[in-house]
Each structure stands twice: as structure tokens, then as C-alpha cells.
Write a protein that binds this ligand. Sequence first.
Ligand SMILES: *[C@@H]1O[C@H](CO)[C@@H](O)[C@H](O)[C@H]1NC(C)=O
Ligand SMILES: *[C@@H]1O[C@H](CO)[C@@H](O)[C@H](O)[C@H]1NC(C)=O
Ligand SMILES: *[C@@H]1O[C@H](CO)[C@@H](O)[C@H](O)[C@H]1NC(C)=O
Ligand SMILES: *[C@@H]1O[C@H](CO)[C@@H](O)[C@H](O)[C@H]1NC(C)=O
Ligand SMILES: *[C@@H]1O[C@H](CO)[C@@H](O)[C@H](O)[C@H]1NC(C)=O
Ligand SMILES: *[C@@H]1O[C@H](CO)[C@@H](O)[C@H](O)[C@H]1NC(C)=O
Length: 574
Amino acid sequence: MYNPIVIIFSVSLLMRLASPIKDCQIQTCNGLVIKRPFWIPGLQEPGCGSIGFNVACKENRPLIQINGTGFIIIDIFYKNASFLLAQSRVSDPNVGCVAPQRNFSVDRTPFEYGLSTTDLFFLYNCKTPYDRETYDVGCASNTTGHYSFAVFHLELLQHWNYSARSCQAPVNAAVEADDVGRLVNMTYVEILKKGFVLQWGEHDCDGCHAGYAGSRLNFGVKICIGIGAALITLIVCAIFSIYYHKFKTNHTTSSQSYSLSMSKDLEMAGVHIFHYSELEQATDHFNPKEELGDGGYGAVFKGKLKDGRDVAVKRLYEHHYRRIDQFVNEVEIVTKLRHKNLVTLYGCTTCHSRELLLIYEYIPRGTLAEHIQGERTELESDSMLMSWRCRLSVATETAGALAYLHSVGVVHRDVKTSNILIDNDFHAKLADFGLSRVIPTDTTHVSTGPQGTPGYVDPEYNELYRLTEKSDVYSFGVVLVELISSKPAIDFTRKIDEINLSSMAMKKIQDGEVGELVDPNLGFESDEKVREMILGVAELAFRCLQNRRDLRPSMEDVAIVLKDIQRMDVMDIQ
Ligand SMILES: *[C@@H]1O[C@H](CO)[C@@H](O)[C@H](O)[C@H]1NC(C)=O
Ligand SMILES: *[C@@H]1O[C@H](CO)[C@@H](O)[C@H](O)[C@H]1NC(C)=O
Ligand SMILES: *[C@@H]1O[C@H](CO)[C@@H](O)[C@H](O)[C@H]1NC(C)=O
Ligand SMILES: *[C@@H]1O[C@H](CO)[C@@H](O)[C@H](O)[C@H]1NC(C)=O
Ligand SMILES: *[C@@H]1O[C@H](CO)[C@@H](O)[C@H](O)[C@H]1NC(C)=O
Ligand SMILES: *[C@@H]1O[C@H](CO)[C@@H](O)[C@H](O)[C@H]1NC(C)=O
């Protein structure tokens, strides 16, 4: 009697012996080079690539499964750790209607969206058509009486209330939106065929959950688990005590502060309108204990909405904005901005007789400033501070968010470490962007110019009275120096020519004394790789801090250089 299991075993053993497993030799599929971190099971050993990067070469097409969906890899850009891919069903002649039926997500995959990757949303079988610009997806409707279409910016449809129009739950597909003008004339099939870019980061939790980089942290997983839990508890406690401030604003109300038309406009634009009472409840009547701090335009409170979402509620005072139409316009823009490293604006209030409230996503771990300097006393020891690798990853993400803002024509105007928030997974979330054109930032600092924060302001501002993208680049240069030095941007206890961190840094970098600038706890002396990376960042900061705007790199270039520096770290370890 033949035992079937034995047969299967021996067949697979035979196949394994017969198949030409060539260690980690580079493979190609339809001319595309497949090498680490990608690998082809069967042709390469599992150790030749990373989990989630396994490629099947079927009928000369490189295929990869991500989040349960099959994709064809169109190109791989090893130099900037990204690849272009498109859903395989889009080019499958057996699929009649290629509109996606299942949501796509890169959560729990090794990938993240590229700089201009965004979501296109598909709505199927609605009872009424949508009256604005959409992509027709008629093939997906089950009967003639129903309408199916695709739109960017699902949030714009909220006022249209797609559930009330009996549309099925929306389904998203990742697409490339680098050239929105051209997309207008394309069909959704063409857009899907064009594909989109995903990138693979090297920074997952490497170093982020650990303390200082005294030892090699590349096997970060172990450390993540160990130190992570303790760290989370302590930092959360610290943040709560740090943020506790006296409730100092008197609760004056301002009648007819903005007209009914304003809220109509906002609602039309798809900005979610919250009720004042809802937020009063969410913040326990603006309980001073829930105050997170002063966010430039007004006090910020932590709140919990009825649906369970944690939010940061920002209170704006009437005198803080000038023209209502301009304000509405800005809120509309900010609501449409979507980037994984930008704090999301959920909506605002109308509250005809009270001050305006803006409702943002709540970011739990406080500001970058607290993680690298300053509130040391609140943290138990130096080891609670952020490691070099985590700092670099936060810098890279922030640069990506700023490059995105610039690509859509928004200047941040107040880039600083206290406007960079840190989320649960130690990812950066840039805050307070977009509204600065209509709301002057914190005017209580006597020494503040009309805009920006001392220590971060573009020196050319004094001549030109205009903040541009390159002013953000300058401020970001100061952030980079803070990251390598753990010193505040301005410190009056330093020597007179070193009060401004930027002047101090320029001098030290120029004189080749970067070592004197660097926080000794980061591993600059003990870890060759860290040293190399810090020197790279110092050089980049030097370029960002040039007095003349035209000598500074663009934010996009800054983001690319930072990614390259991150890549130095993993280069010859594999
Ligand atoms: C895709 O990702 C979403 C969000 O993380 C998850 O809920 C879903 O289970 C994933 N689907 C598959 C097939 O992996
Ligand atoms: C990498 O470079 C390619 C082409 O050079 C580009 O298309 C792609 O968008 C880049 N990826 C990222 C993440 O910038
Ligand atoms: C078409 O889809 C709508 C919305 O999901 C559903 O209510 C309706 O029953 C479907 N009709 C047919 C004929 O399947
Ligand atoms: C949208 O429609 C659903 C179902 O009819 C309803 O429960 C919900 O309150 C509506 N939402 C808004 C914002 O009108
Ligand atoms: C897809 O994700 C969106 C949120 O992005 C959600 O509203 C929707 O219900 C999901 N659709 C399905 C079919 O699960
Ligand atoms: C889109 O098509 C219209 C009409 O065919 C044309 O006038 C317009 O220039 C096109 N836009 C782009 C960005 O190609």
C-alpha cells in the first residue's frame, strides 16, 4: 500500500533536488532585475529576500501579492527603494469590468505609498448620480437605474451622503496622482493601468522603540518588544504632565462672528461640520485638565468624540482671523490635503455665536521637541530620548510631508520641532500647516516677526517680507541641526554668537567641527554608520541654512537626500 503522504513527500523532495536553486543569484523576469529585497521563490532561497517581497514570474510577468490583491510589477527603482505596480486584473482580458471590488491597504505590509500615490474611490450602485467631476464606472452597475463612479477625495462626498443614496460601501484603489491635470482626461481604466509607486522603508521600528544607539540596533525587533512597553507608558505619562498648563483664556463669546454662509460654503466643500455642544461634551466643557497646549492660533484640548475617535480641538479666537472668505478657502484646502505624515483636519464648527473650533486627529506622543531636548527632567533618564535612527526616520518623513505641501502650493511657514508630532509607532505627523496665511501665528512673543518663530525664520524674510517654500527649507535645516545636537533652536544661556543654533551650526560645520555639535549620546563616536549618517545630515543642514534662498535645495531634494542617507544604514549589513 502506498501512503499518499509519503508519495507527496518524495515527489517534493525529488522536485527540490531537481530544481535549479541558485543561491542568491540575481534573477530577471521579463527583463526586470529581481534582487534583494525582492526574490523569486523556487529560483532563490528564502534568505535571498525579505518577507512580503516574494515575486512570481508567471508567463513572463512579475507578479506580487499585496493585501490579498495581485499586482504586476512594472518597474523597480532600487536606487530610491520604490517600485511601480498596477493591479493585474486591469490587464486581464478575462475580466470584463476591472473596477476593484475590495479595499486596498498597505497597513501591515512592508510598503508605504510613494510621494504622489493617493487613493481613487469607487462608489457602486448609487440611486442618484453625483453632480460633480467623476470617472464613469458604468460597467460596474448591476441595473440601469443605478450609478457607479470613481472620485478622488472621498471626504468631499460626505455632504452628499453616499450611504443615504444607497451606494455600496466605497472601495479604494491606489493610483499615481502626480499630474492631476492629465488625469482629468483619462478614464479610470487608464489611471489604474498607469500604476502607482510604493516604497519600502528601512525604518519600521528599527531603533525607534529603543533608547540611545550605544550598540548596533539593526536587530531591533528584540529591543522593540522589551523596551517598547516601558517606554510607551513613561512617555505617555510624561506628556500628560508636560502639557498641563493653566487655563488662561477668558471665555468671551463673540456674536455674529461669522455668517451662516460660511458654514454653508464649508459644508458644500465637504468639510465636516461639528456641533459646538458635541465638542463641549468631547472635551468635558474645555476642561483645563484636558488642555494640550497652545497651538499657535489658540488653546488646544484633547477630546473624545462619541464615535470613539480621540481628537485635538483647537480653539480660535475671533481676532485671529481677518477675512472669512479667505479663511473658508484655507480650511477647504487643508481638508483636502492628505499625507500620512500630516495631521488630519477632521472638520470645524459653525457655532454662530461662539468661537471657531478646528477638530484635528489626536497624536498621542507629543512633540518632537519633547523627545529630543528640553523636558529632560520629565523623562526618567537619557535613555528615554530618541535614538539616532528614529530621529533620521522622523526627519525623512517630515521632509516628505513638506515636499508634498510644496507640490500642492502650500507653504507651511512655521516649521519647528514643536510642530512635528510623534504618533504611537514613532512616525512623524506635521501639524499647523495651511492656515498661517490667514491666521498670524503666535503674536504674543515680543521678539517674533509677523510670522514664524525666532530661531527658525528665513534670514531673507527680513529683506523680502515674504515666506516661500525655501523659507520652510531653512526652518527645516534648523530642525535637522536640533536632531543631531539635541539643542534648542534658541538658547540665551549659550555664548552670544551661539544663541542661534543655526549660526552655531554653520560655524562648526564650516570649521569641520561637527563632532562638537553632535549630541554625544547618539553614537557618533562609537558607531561608524551613525557617524556617517550624522555627517551626511550635517552637510544637508548646511545647504538648507544658506542665507540666500536660491542656494538652498528644494524640499523634494532634501527628502531624497535623507532617504539616501537612511539607505547607507542598511547597505552592507545584508
Ligand atoms: C488588507 O488590509 C486591511 C487593513 O489593514 C485588512 O483589514 C485586511 O484584512 C487586509 N486584507 C487581506 C486579504 O490581507
Ligand atoms: C524613484 O525614482 C523613479 C524614477 O527615477 C520615480 O518614478 C519614483 O517616483 C521614485 N520613487 C520615489 C519614492 O520617489
Ligand atoms: C444593485 O445594487 C443595489 C445596491 O447595492 C442593490 O440594492 C440592488 O438590490 C442590486 N440590484 C440587483 C438587481 O442586483
Ligand atoms: C446619511 O444617511 C444616513 C442613512 O440615511 C443617515 O443615518 C445619516 O444621518 C446621514 N448623514 C448625514 C450627515 O446627513
Ligand atoms: C473601504 O474603506 C473605506 C474607508 O477608506 C470604508 O469606508 C469602506 O467601508 C470600505 N469598503 C469595504 C467594501 O469594506
Ligand atoms: C482635456 O481635453 C480637453 C478637450 O478634449 C482639452 O481642451 C484639454 O486641453 C485637455 N486637458 C489636458 C490637461 O490634456
